[in-house]
Design a protein around this ligand. Structure first.
Ligand code: KIV
Ligand code: ZN
Length: 518
């Protein structure tokens, strides 16, 4: 067991991108996308993949079931509240996994017990024992989390943690549910548990930090210093509100500063960039350019002084290499003369593995792009592969777009889509080409969702750069983000809108299975 008591310095990485990450507003993934992400997490060496909350919806149940069947080396966890029904449902989905884990939780803070649960502390304590005992009767590996753990009274936290371990929990996950704690305080809290809970050596102490004060990574690292040996995190730090501890940041901090923090993980960090891009494309959450580790500028050196230093010795301004996070300095330059073989080699270099059909589609889009763009950069290939491959099961598919635009007006869009396999065509006018395009989409797929965000950014430099468009739609208080990339900004916009609509269909299916039409 990875434990402070055994002197182990290995930190278990528990990824909850598919559960807590997917809970963030606007973020939803369909089954195929979740399987893609799960495959990437396993390939990266994530120890535990939390695949979903099986009782929450049919879609979540299906996702946990299928991820359980797919994943072989990582453990697969499913979340359950402290009820038999939740736990049974979680087990029903997880039982297919090679290494299943039931993760059950209950609030323990005075505020949550009084207002959310409306339960007395003694009843909460008993429910912890009952739920963990029930989960252990089904599954060897049980994790228990005191929700809002950081705002829980210490005596009560010690009492529930001790009882959960006694009932069979192997991992105790202290949740900073509202991102309230600060590093010194959290470190002291974990130390307090090690000092006061008599059976603490029989469990791994885990931490689950939210980022409301921007401290999720710092808090997680402080907890590891105090004895925690599991960190719960998400790719790109996505998650409820301000998100969760970012996997890439916490892992690279441990890798880069073993002198200050003598701990290690089993993560293959060279897979980080790919995982980040995949999650960004699938969720439609762009990564801010200055984001640590995975932002577009994270390894860019703009000022003359920095560039000069870099040329003399990269370590002057670089504390980790781009290669260490999978940003390879390219060896193969791609362009319109590159053939299928070179394209395959490039994909290999980028760590992308496609089946024959996917390769066929991706190569066709690459050729089209190369016909319009002199230099095709790695970023371009990643954008187009993710855009075309990940989405091939979508119900609404972009086919083609013609636009009349310019100052002479009227601006007009002629759009062809495929909806559930059926070809659909619309022509619409609008105040500008984007307005005309969106009107054409609404004609083919009538919907009430309102447009909350329309954002364009260039994937690379140059006037022939591909545009990456992000669209956010809102319907009945639920938001979804869609992304699309193309060398034509309007085509990218159409792809992004269609992607958002597909996500809306998934979201509707989760909450009201009968509403299945766009
Ligand atoms: O933030 C939280 O408290 C959670 C628990 C379910 C661990 O996500
Ligand atoms: Zn959480």
């Amino acid at each position: 067991m990875t434990n402070k008591a055994t002197g182990d310095t290995r930190v278990i990485i528990f990824d909850t991108t598919l559960r807590d990450g997917e809970q963030s507003p606007g973020c939803s993934m369909n089954l195929e996308e979740k399987l893609f992400v799960a495959g990437g997490l396993e390939e990266m060496g994530v120890d535990v993949i939390e695949a979903g909350f099986p009782i929450a919806s049919k879609g979540d149940f299906e996702a946990v079931t299928e991820v359980s069947k797919l994943v072989k080396t990582s453990q697969v966890a499913g979340l359950a509240r402290a009820t038999q029904k939740d736990i049974d449902r979680a087990w029903e989905a997880l039982r297919h996994a090679a290494r299943p884990r039931i993760h059950t939780f209950l609030s323990t803070s005075p505020l949550h017990m009084k207002f959310k649960l409306q339960m007395e502390p003694d009843a909460v304590h008993q429910a912890v024992i009952d739920s963990v005992t029930h989960a252990r009767n089904l599954c060897e590996d049980v994790e228990w989390s005191p929700e809002d753990g950081t705002r829980t009274e210490h005596d009560f936290l010690c009492r529930t943690v001790e009882s959960a371990i006694q009932a069979g929990a192997r991992t105790i996950n202290i949740a900073d549910t509202v991102g309230y704690t600060v590093p010194q305080e959290f470190q002291a809290l974990i130390e307090m548990l090690f000092n006061r809970v008599p059976n603490i050596d029989q469990a791994v102490i885990s931490v689950h930090c939210h980022n409301d004060l921007g401290l999720a990574v710092a808090n997680s690292l402080a907890a590891v210093g105090a004895g925690a040996r599991q960190i719960e995190c998400t790719i790109n730090g996505i998650g409820e509100r301000a998100g969760n501890c970012a996997l890439e940041e916490v892992v690279m901090a441990l890798r880069t500063r073993p002198d200050a923090m003598p701990f290690h993980t089993g993560i293959d960090t060279t897979k980080i960039t790919k995982a980040s891009r995949l999650v960004s494309t699938i969720t439609g959450f762009p990564v801010q350019p200055n984001k640590a580790i995975v932002g577009a500028n994270a390894f860019a050196h703009e000022s003359g002084i920095h560039q000069d230093g870099m040329l003399k010795n990269a370590q002057t301004y670089e504390i980790m290499t781009p290669e260490s996070v999978g940003l390879n300095r390219s060896t193969l330059v791609m362009g319109k003369h590159s053939g299928r073989h070179a394209f395959k080699e490039k994909l290999k270099e980028l760590g992308i593995d496609l089946n024959d059909n996917q390769l066929h589609d991706a190569f066709a889009r690459f050729k089209d792009l190369a016909d319009h763009k002199k230099d095709v950069f790695d970023e371009d290939i990643l954008a187009l592969v993710e855009d075309s491959v990940v989405r091939h099961n979508d119900r609404i598919r972009f086919v083609s777009l013609g636009v009349v635009c310019g100052s002479k007006g009227p601006q007009r869009a002629e759009l062809d889509l495929e909806v559930d396999g059926e070809a659909r065509h619309a022509t619409a006018e609008g105040n500008g080409p984007v307005d005309a395009l969106f009107a054409a989409i609404r004609e083919i797929c009538p919907h009430e969702a309102s447009l909350q965000l329309y954002q364009v950014h260039a994937v690379t430099g140059g006037t022939d750069a591909q545009a990456e468009v992000t669209i956010r739609l809102e319907e009945d208080g639920k938001t979804v983000n869609g992304q699309g990339a193309d060398y034509d900004t309007l085509v990218a916009s159409a792809r992004a809108y269609v992607n958002a609509l597909n996500k809306l269909l998934v979201k509707r299916a989760k909450t009201a299975p009968e509403r299945m039409t766009a």
